[in-house]
Write a protein that binds this ligand. Sequence first.
Ligand code: ZN
Length: 321
Amino acid sequence: MDYRIGVDLGGTKMLLALATADEGEVIRTKKVFTKAAEGPQVILQHLIESIEEFLSKEGLSFNRLEGVGFCMAGFYDIRSSRIVSSPNLPGWEMFPLEKELKERLRLPVIIENDANAAAYGEYIFGAGRGKKNLVNITLGTGIGAGIIAEGKIYRGSGGFAGEIGHLNVLPNGPLCGCGRCGCLESLSSGSAIEREGRLLLAESFPLPGAARDVDAGLTASHVFAAARDGNKEAIKIVERAAYYLGLALSFLVNILNPELIIIGGGLANNGDALFDPVRRYLNEAAIGPSGEMVALVPAELGEEAGVRGILSLLDEFLKGR
Ligand SMILES: [Zn+2]
């Protein structure tokens, strides 16, 4: 009973991390593709098999595990311990996640929303070390956030706090995956930048260097590359995405007065090309004192933020029993 496993389930992949109980050190991680379309029962069965295979490769048996921390994308209701729904995982509506995991694992299990777990990971081990009030934003295909208030995850009354991606920043704006129009996610996410880039491509958007022939494979990084190359239309796309992100962050800053906003996810790899305009628009829109004190920094843990965070929460849970 001296090992623990952290799991981060997303729409396309599942990340497993094996850690020791005493040091909490992650000794190995493993990525497996998610059979997203097959629904929760198949995915959980696949998870159990993946854990067994993972352990056996380390020469460990299942009874060496003392707990599992599980985080996933989706609305997890902390009152009923059910997933209400998950935008990229069909078939999870009202799924009794805690009950199902405990029945299958027969071990102590904790469950968390993935954005909260990632925020906790950055808070304990990453860019947020030593800060007690922060927001961790994941800027990728979608936009998620986890809030740390006074050193604890702020979950709200049902567990649904931190949905920054669906702040309505442009009434009647582009259609969002949630069915509403003008959400931040429809304006500043990787998919939004990609969509705008493709619209330009249809009007013979001159792309730089190797990106010239990408056509259908165009991604947000091609748009950033074109902007770096001085392409005026690409610069406009980046500025617009940064404007709405800065605006949304100003809402958080005015309400929460955090000392730190951490930005991770694929888009954060664009560095100052993203951070500079976001910081500028954030400072313009936020109230003076809060805007002046908040630092905007890149995340440090990459895709391991979620499993690191959930393992840390599991450690606190097991010690507190
Ligand atoms: Zn939305």
